[in-house]
Design a protein around this ligand. Structure first.
Ligand code: C2E
Ligand code: CA
Ligand code: CA
Ligand code: CA
Length: 276
Protein backbone atom coordinates (compact mmCIF):
# COMPACT_ATOMS: atom_id res chain seq x y z
CA UNK A 1 0.00 0.00 0.00
CA UNK A 2 1.07 3.56 -0.62
CA UNK A 3 2.56 5.31 2.35
CA UNK A 4 1.41 8.81 3.07
CA UNK A 5 4.82 9.57 4.55
CA UNK A 6 6.59 12.58 3.10
CA UNK A 7 9.57 10.66 1.83
CA UNK A 8 7.62 8.12 -0.17
CA UNK A 9 5.05 10.33 -1.87
CA UNK A 10 7.58 11.59 -4.38
CA UNK A 11 8.21 8.08 -5.65
CA UNK A 12 4.60 7.69 -6.69
CA UNK A 13 4.25 11.14 -8.05
CA UNK A 14 5.56 10.72 -11.58
CA UNK A 15 2.87 8.26 -12.68
CA UNK A 16 0.11 9.99 -10.72
CA UNK A 17 1.19 13.26 -12.25
CA UNK A 18 1.04 12.04 -15.80
CA UNK A 19 -2.42 10.60 -15.25
CA UNK A 20 -3.51 13.89 -13.77
CA UNK A 21 -1.97 15.84 -16.64
CA UNK A 22 -3.68 13.58 -19.17
CA UNK A 23 -6.99 14.22 -17.53
CA UNK A 24 -6.50 17.98 -17.32
CA UNK A 25 -5.11 18.13 -20.84
CA UNK A 26 -8.10 16.23 -22.12
CA UNK A 27 -10.50 18.48 -20.24
CA UNK A 28 -8.82 21.64 -21.53
CA UNK A 29 -8.82 20.35 -25.08
CA UNK A 30 -12.46 19.39 -24.68
CA UNK A 31 -13.38 22.83 -23.43
CA UNK A 32 -11.93 24.35 -26.61
CA UNK A 33 -13.49 21.71 -28.82
CA UNK A 34 -16.93 22.43 -27.36
CA UNK A 35 -16.38 26.16 -27.65
CA UNK A 36 -15.37 25.80 -31.31
CA UNK A 37 -18.00 23.13 -32.01
CA UNK A 38 -15.44 20.60 -33.21
CA UNK A 39 -17.31 17.55 -32.05
CA UNK A 40 -19.44 16.06 -34.79
CA UNK A 41 -21.87 13.20 -35.04
CA UNK A 42 -21.85 10.07 -37.15
CA UNK A 43 -24.96 8.08 -37.98
CA UNK A 44 -25.50 4.32 -37.69
CA UNK A 45 -28.62 2.75 -39.22
CA UNK A 46 -31.25 0.84 -37.23
CA UNK A 47 -32.81 -1.78 -39.49
CA UNK A 48 -36.36 -3.17 -39.36
CA UNK A 49 -35.89 -6.96 -39.24
CA UNK A 50 -39.22 -7.67 -40.99
CA UNK A 51 -38.61 -5.48 -44.02
CA UNK A 52 -34.84 -4.91 -44.10
CA UNK A 53 -35.58 -1.18 -44.37
CA UNK A 54 -33.76 1.45 -42.37
CA UNK A 55 -36.13 2.67 -39.66
CA UNK A 56 -33.80 5.28 -38.23
CA UNK A 57 -30.26 6.13 -37.21
CA UNK A 58 -28.38 6.57 -33.94
CA UNK A 59 -26.25 9.69 -33.61
CA UNK A 60 -22.80 8.92 -32.17
CA UNK A 61 -20.40 11.67 -31.15
CA UNK A 62 -16.97 11.86 -32.83
CA UNK A 63 -13.94 13.97 -32.02
CA UNK A 64 -10.66 14.22 -33.89
CA UNK A 65 -8.26 16.59 -32.14
CA UNK A 66 -5.59 18.30 -34.30
CA UNK A 67 -2.69 16.96 -32.20
CA UNK A 68 -4.16 14.36 -29.82
CA UNK A 69 -5.84 12.55 -32.73
CA UNK A 70 -9.04 10.56 -32.56
CA UNK A 71 -10.57 10.42 -29.09
CA UNK A 72 -13.48 8.04 -28.52
CA UNK A 73 -16.75 9.01 -26.84
CA UNK A 74 -16.03 6.45 -24.12
CA UNK A 75 -13.27 8.87 -23.07
CA UNK A 76 -14.58 12.33 -23.80
CA UNK A 77 -18.22 11.87 -22.74
CA UNK A 78 -17.17 11.02 -19.15
CA UNK A 79 -14.82 14.04 -19.27
CA UNK A 80 -17.70 16.21 -20.46
CA UNK A 81 -19.83 14.88 -17.60
CA UNK A 82 -17.08 15.56 -15.01
CA UNK A 83 -16.62 19.14 -16.17
CA UNK A 84 -20.26 19.98 -16.76
CA UNK A 85 -19.46 20.61 -20.45
CA UNK A 86 -21.99 17.91 -21.26
CA UNK A 87 -24.90 20.36 -21.19
CA UNK A 88 -23.45 22.53 -23.92
CA UNK A 89 -22.04 19.58 -25.85
CA UNK A 90 -25.30 17.68 -25.49
CA UNK A 91 -27.21 20.55 -27.06
CA UNK A 92 -24.74 20.74 -29.95
CA UNK A 93 -25.14 17.01 -30.51
CA UNK A 94 -28.92 17.25 -30.39
CA UNK A 95 -28.90 20.06 -32.98
CA UNK A 96 -26.52 18.23 -35.31
CA UNK A 97 -28.39 14.97 -34.94
CA UNK A 98 -31.70 16.59 -35.69
CA UNK A 99 -30.39 18.55 -38.68
CA UNK A 100 -28.85 15.31 -39.95
CA UNK A 101 -32.17 13.57 -39.43
CA UNK A 102 -33.87 16.04 -41.77
CA UNK A 103 -31.36 15.28 -44.49
CA UNK A 104 -31.71 11.54 -43.92
CA UNK A 105 -35.53 11.67 -44.00
CA UNK A 106 -35.45 13.78 -47.16
CA UNK A 107 -33.11 11.29 -48.89
CA UNK A 108 -35.10 8.28 -47.66
CA UNK A 109 -38.39 9.85 -48.71
CA UNK A 110 -40.02 8.77 -45.45
CA UNK A 111 -39.78 9.61 -41.74
CA UNK A 112 -36.47 8.57 -40.16
CA UNK A 113 -36.19 8.16 -36.39
CA UNK A 114 -33.12 9.67 -34.79
CA UNK A 115 -31.62 8.17 -31.64
CA UNK A 116 -29.70 10.57 -29.41
CA UNK A 117 -27.77 9.46 -26.31
CA UNK A 118 -28.40 11.43 -23.14
CA UNK A 119 -26.17 11.69 -20.09
CA UNK A 120 -27.83 11.67 -16.66
CA UNK A 121 -27.22 15.40 -16.18
CA UNK A 122 -29.16 16.16 -19.35
CA UNK A 123 -32.35 14.43 -18.26
CA UNK A 124 -33.23 17.23 -15.87
CA UNK A 125 -31.91 20.00 -18.16
CA UNK A 126 -35.01 22.14 -18.79
CA UNK A 127 -33.34 23.97 -21.70
CA UNK A 128 -32.87 20.65 -23.43
CA UNK A 129 -36.46 19.61 -22.82
CA UNK A 130 -37.67 22.87 -24.29
CA UNK A 131 -35.48 22.47 -27.36
CA UNK A 132 -36.74 18.91 -27.82
CA UNK A 133 -40.32 20.21 -27.88
CA UNK A 134 -39.42 22.93 -30.41
CA UNK A 135 -37.69 20.46 -32.70
CA UNK A 136 -40.64 18.13 -32.47
CA UNK A 137 -43.08 20.85 -33.55
CA UNK A 138 -40.71 21.93 -36.30
CA UNK A 139 -40.20 18.50 -37.72
CA UNK A 140 -42.58 15.59 -37.24
CA UNK A 141 -40.65 13.76 -40.00
CA UNK A 142 -37.74 13.25 -37.60
CA UNK A 143 -39.11 11.48 -34.53
CA UNK A 144 -36.51 11.68 -31.76
CA UNK A 145 -35.64 8.69 -29.62
CA UNK A 146 -33.74 9.64 -26.48
CA UNK A 147 -31.44 6.84 -25.31
CA UNK A 148 -30.82 6.48 -21.57
CA UNK A 149 -28.79 3.84 -19.77
CA UNK A 150 -30.31 1.66 -17.10
CA UNK A 151 -27.92 2.94 -14.48
CA UNK A 152 -29.30 6.45 -14.56
CA UNK A 153 -32.85 5.16 -14.10
CA UNK A 154 -32.23 2.74 -11.30
CA UNK A 155 -32.97 5.32 -8.66
CA UNK A 156 -36.12 6.40 -10.53
CA UNK A 157 -36.35 9.32 -8.14
CA UNK A 158 -39.19 11.77 -8.58
CA UNK A 159 -37.28 14.51 -10.46
CA UNK A 160 -36.08 11.95 -13.01
CA UNK A 161 -39.53 10.43 -13.52
CA UNK A 162 -41.05 13.90 -13.80
CA UNK A 163 -38.37 15.02 -16.28
CA UNK A 164 -38.80 11.90 -18.41
CA UNK A 165 -42.56 12.32 -18.41
CA UNK A 166 -42.06 15.93 -19.48
CA UNK A 167 -39.78 14.86 -22.32
CA UNK A 168 -42.34 12.29 -23.41
CA UNK A 169 -45.01 14.95 -23.50
CA UNK A 170 -42.67 16.89 -25.77
CA UNK A 171 -43.40 14.12 -28.27
CA UNK A 172 -40.26 11.97 -28.15
CA UNK A 173 -39.77 8.27 -27.58
CA UNK A 174 -37.54 6.97 -24.79
CA UNK A 175 -35.19 4.00 -25.13
CA UNK A 176 -33.28 2.08 -22.48
CA UNK A 177 -29.75 1.63 -23.82
CA UNK A 178 -27.39 -1.29 -23.08
CA UNK A 179 -30.30 -3.21 -21.56
CA UNK A 180 -29.26 -6.19 -19.46
CA UNK A 181 -25.76 -5.20 -18.37
CA UNK A 182 -24.66 -3.82 -15.06
CA UNK A 183 -28.06 -3.35 -13.51
CA UNK A 184 -30.51 -6.19 -13.49
CA UNK A 185 -33.45 -4.56 -11.76
CA UNK A 186 -36.35 -4.38 -14.16
CA UNK A 187 -38.65 -3.08 -11.43
CA UNK A 188 -38.45 0.46 -12.78
CA UNK A 189 -39.71 -0.40 -16.25
CA UNK A 190 -43.42 -0.21 -15.56
CA UNK A 191 -42.98 3.09 -13.75
CA UNK A 192 -41.15 4.86 -16.52
CA UNK A 193 -42.60 6.02 -19.83
CA UNK A 194 -40.23 3.88 -21.91
CA UNK A 195 -40.93 2.81 -25.53
CA UNK A 196 -37.87 0.89 -26.68
CA UNK A 197 -35.36 -1.55 -25.20
CA UNK A 198 -31.93 -1.82 -26.77
CA UNK A 199 -30.43 -5.21 -25.92
CA UNK A 200 -26.73 -4.82 -25.24
CA UNK A 201 -24.25 -6.21 -27.75
CA UNK A 202 -22.79 -8.49 -25.11
CA UNK A 203 -25.85 -10.75 -25.37
CA UNK A 204 -25.83 -10.63 -29.15
CA UNK A 205 -22.20 -11.74 -29.13
CA UNK A 206 -23.13 -14.79 -27.04
CA UNK A 207 -26.10 -16.14 -28.97
CA UNK A 208 -24.31 -19.45 -29.53
CA UNK A 209 -24.99 -20.02 -25.83
CA UNK A 210 -28.52 -21.39 -25.30
CA UNK A 211 -28.75 -19.47 -22.05
CA UNK A 212 -28.09 -16.16 -23.81
CA UNK A 213 -30.78 -17.05 -26.35
CA UNK A 214 -33.20 -17.82 -23.52
CA UNK A 215 -32.37 -14.49 -21.94
CA UNK A 216 -32.99 -12.55 -25.15
CA UNK A 217 -36.25 -14.44 -25.75
CA UNK A 218 -37.35 -13.60 -22.22
CA UNK A 219 -36.51 -9.92 -22.56
CA UNK A 220 -38.39 -9.78 -25.87
CA UNK A 221 -41.47 -11.47 -24.36
CA UNK A 222 -41.47 -9.06 -21.44
CA UNK A 223 -40.91 -6.02 -23.67
CA UNK A 224 -43.67 -6.97 -26.10
CA UNK A 225 -46.07 -7.69 -23.24
CA UNK A 226 -45.36 -4.13 -22.06
CA UNK A 227 -45.82 -2.77 -25.57
CA UNK A 228 -42.16 -1.87 -26.02
CA UNK A 229 -40.16 -2.56 -29.15
CA UNK A 230 -36.75 -4.20 -29.08
CA UNK A 231 -33.52 -3.31 -30.87
CA UNK A 232 -30.63 -5.79 -30.86
CA UNK A 233 -27.28 -3.98 -30.77
CA UNK A 234 -23.91 -5.17 -32.05
CA UNK A 235 -25.21 -7.36 -34.88
CA UNK A 236 -22.05 -8.11 -36.84
CA UNK A 237 -23.04 -10.98 -39.15
CA UNK A 238 -26.04 -12.57 -40.84
CA UNK A 239 -26.32 -15.56 -38.47
CA UNK A 240 -26.71 -13.08 -35.59
CA UNK A 241 -29.27 -11.03 -37.52
CA UNK A 242 -31.29 -14.17 -38.27
CA UNK A 243 -30.99 -15.33 -34.66
CA UNK A 244 -32.20 -12.07 -33.13
CA UNK A 245 -35.03 -11.88 -35.67
CA UNK A 246 -36.10 -15.45 -34.82
CA UNK A 247 -35.96 -14.55 -31.13
CA UNK A 248 -38.49 -11.80 -31.82
CA UNK A 249 -36.35 -8.64 -31.86
CA UNK A 250 -37.98 -5.94 -33.99
CA UNK A 251 -34.91 -4.01 -35.08
CA UNK A 252 -31.16 -4.54 -35.33
CA UNK A 253 -28.13 -2.31 -35.41
CA UNK A 254 -24.49 -3.20 -35.99
CA UNK A 255 -21.48 -3.45 -38.26
CA UNK A 256 -23.30 -6.01 -40.45
CA UNK A 257 -25.46 -3.21 -41.81
CA UNK A 258 -23.03 -0.35 -41.37
CA UNK A 259 -20.53 1.29 -39.10
CA UNK A 260 -21.48 4.77 -37.90
CA UNK A 261 -21.01 7.02 -40.96
CA UNK A 262 -20.60 10.72 -41.69
CA UNK A 263 -23.87 12.31 -42.78
CA UNK A 264 -23.26 12.22 -46.55
CA UNK A 265 -22.52 8.48 -46.55
CA UNK A 266 -25.43 7.77 -44.18
CA UNK A 267 -27.73 9.69 -46.54
CA UNK A 268 -26.64 7.47 -49.47
CA UNK A 269 -27.51 4.46 -47.34
CA UNK A 270 -30.90 5.95 -46.40
CA UNK A 271 -31.67 6.47 -50.10
CA UNK A 272 -30.74 2.88 -51.07
CA UNK A 273 -33.09 -0.11 -50.97
CA UNK A 274 -33.62 -2.59 -48.12
CA UNK A 275 -30.91 -4.90 -46.77
CA UNK A 276 -31.49 -8.54 -47.64
P1 C2E B 1 -23.77 3.15 -27.15
O1 C2E B 1 -24.81 4.22 -27.03
O2 C2E B 1 -24.12 1.81 -26.62
O3 C2E B 1 -23.41 3.10 -28.70
C1 C2E B 1 -23.12 1.91 -29.40
C2 C2E B 1 -21.63 1.72 -29.55
O4 C2E B 1 -21.38 0.45 -30.18
C3 C2E B 1 -20.99 2.76 -30.47
O5 C2E B 1 -19.67 2.98 -29.99
C4 C2E B 1 -20.96 2.04 -31.81
O6 C2E B 1 -19.99 2.54 -32.70
C5 C2E B 1 -20.65 0.63 -31.37
N1 C2E B 1 -21.11 -0.38 -32.32
C6 C2E B 1 -22.08 -0.27 -33.25
N2 C2E B 1 -22.25 -1.42 -33.93
C7 C2E B 1 -21.37 -2.31 -33.40
C8 C2E B 1 -21.06 -3.69 -33.68
O7 C2E B 1 -21.64 -4.34 -34.55
N3 C2E B 1 -20.10 -4.27 -32.91
C9 C2E B 1 -19.44 -3.57 -31.94
N4 C2E B 1 -18.51 -4.21 -31.24
N5 C2E B 1 -19.70 -2.27 -31.65
C10 C2E B 1 -20.66 -1.64 -32.37
P2 C2E B 1 -19.08 4.47 -29.85
O8 C2E B 1 -19.55 5.31 -30.99
O9 C2E B 1 -17.64 4.34 -29.59
O10 C2E B 1 -19.82 5.02 -28.55
C11 C2E B 1 -19.53 4.47 -27.30
C12 C2E B 1 -20.47 5.01 -26.26
O11 C2E B 1 -20.25 6.41 -26.02
C13 C2E B 1 -21.95 4.91 -26.63
O12 C2E B 1 -22.41 3.60 -26.42
C14 C2E B 1 -22.55 5.93 -25.70
O13 C2E B 1 -22.73 5.39 -24.42
C15 C2E B 1 -21.47 7.00 -25.65
N6 C2E B 1 -21.83 8.09 -26.58
C16 C2E B 1 -21.56 8.20 -27.91
N7 C2E B 1 -22.07 9.35 -28.40
C17 C2E B 1 -22.69 9.97 -27.35
C18 C2E B 1 -23.42 11.21 -27.20
O14 C2E B 1 -23.65 11.98 -28.15
N8 C2E B 1 -23.88 11.52 -25.94
C19 C2E B 1 -23.68 10.70 -24.86
N9 C2E B 1 -24.17 11.06 -23.68
N10 C2E B 1 -23.01 9.52 -24.99
C20 C2E B 1 -22.53 9.17 -26.20
CA1 CA C 1 -26.92 4.41 -27.50
CA1 CA D 1 -25.92 0.61 -26.46
CA1 CA E 1 -22.66 1.57 -24.34
Amino acid sequence: AKSRGKGTVARFEPSMRSEEIDRLELEDALRLAVRDEQITVHFQPVVDLRTGLIDGFEALARWTHPTLGHIGPDRFIPAAERTGLIRQLGRQILEQAHAGGRTLAARAGRPIALGVNLSPMQVTDETLAERVRELRDLDPEVPLVLELTEGMLLGHDLPTVAALTGLKQGGVRLAIDDFGIGYSSVGYLHRLPVDVLKIDKMFVAELHDPRSRALVAGVVAMAHAMDLSVIAEGVEDWPSATAVRDLGCDFAQGYLFSRPLPLAAAADLAAAGPFD
